[in-house]
Design a protein around this ligand. Structure first.
Ligand SMILES: C[S@@+](CC[C@H](N)C(=O)[O-])C[C@H]1O[C@@H](n2cnc3c(N)ncnc32)[C@H](O)[C@@H]1O
Length: 221
């Protein structure tokens, strides 16, 4: 047994999020495109840079894009394999000194700081309920700051990979309801589902739908 395994009360062992995601990342030299997510570019290009938190940053393309736009970035992921890859990608770009890579399981994380932007892009996991993860994201937004949540819409899922378990996915409306994104604490800027063309891991063309929520925090709870 390694330190990364849980013992359940029955004595059996379960894989942790770190093990599952490390395995996924190790299965290919590169899992994601290396380009920033299109809804991040669409929604964050007009924001004044400050300190951003990228939750579930994966191979780091969003964090690097934010840093290139003048943001100081904390980029958090449970997978050490993904983070090593992200840091290697960032080295030599001139922006990596503005990114802090943090290895952390959101299942045991409490935000200690607040940020001008918190971005959660496709933070879908069988081991971490989206309700829990996205509540943490909202809690980390400073007054005047922006919450940006993007996920696969349940009716526009990719045909590749492990996208079968419906409970991992959400609409923007479900997120707003679950997190209580409403006045007087929040101003809802964007609540949308957006169809887009994408390319799968083996180069296959696909049409996907993104659930997009962007909100500005106006006050603490
Ligand atoms: C579908 S990927 C998205 C990666 C990146 N945001 C992107 O859009 O390319 C989900 C990411 O969330 C991370 N993740 C999953 N469960 C997590 C957890 N419990 N704590 C922290 N990160 C987690 C995974 O390691 C993975 O990098």
């Amino acid at each position: 047994m390694t330190d990364h395994q849980h013992h359940t009360p029955g004595g059996t062992e379960e894989s942790t999020a770190a093990q599952l995601w490390d395995e996924r990342y190790r299965s290919r030299p590169k899992v994601w495109s290396g380009r920033p997510n299109p809804q991040l570019v669409a929604e964050a290009s007009g924001l004044k840079p400050g300190h951003a938190l990228d939750l579930g940053c994966g191979e780091g393309a969003d964090a690097l894009w934010l840093a290139s736009r003048g943001w100081t970035v904390t980029a958090l992921d449970v997978s050490a394999v993904a983070l090593e890859r992200a840091a290697a990608h960032a080295r030599g770009t001139g922006h990596d000194s503005n990114i802090k890579w943090v290895e952390q399981d959101l299942g045991t994380w409490v935000p200690e700081e607040q940020y001008e932007l918190v971005s959660a892009q496709f933070l879908h996991s069988t081991l971490l309920p989206w309700q829990q993860a996205l509540r943490l994201a909202a809690a980390a937004v400073r007054i005047g700051g922006t919450l940006l949540i993007v996920g696969h819409h349940p009716e526009g899922l990719p045909a590749w990979g492990n996208h079968q378990s419906a409970e991992k996915y959400f609409t923007a409306e479900e997120v707003a309801r679950e997190l209580g994104i409403e006045a007087p604490e929040w101003h809802l800027d964007v609540l949308d589902s957006r169809r887009r063309s994408a390319t799968g891991p083996d180069g296959e063309p696909a049409e996907l739908t993104d659930a997009v929520l962007r909100a500005t925090r106006l006050a603490e709870h």
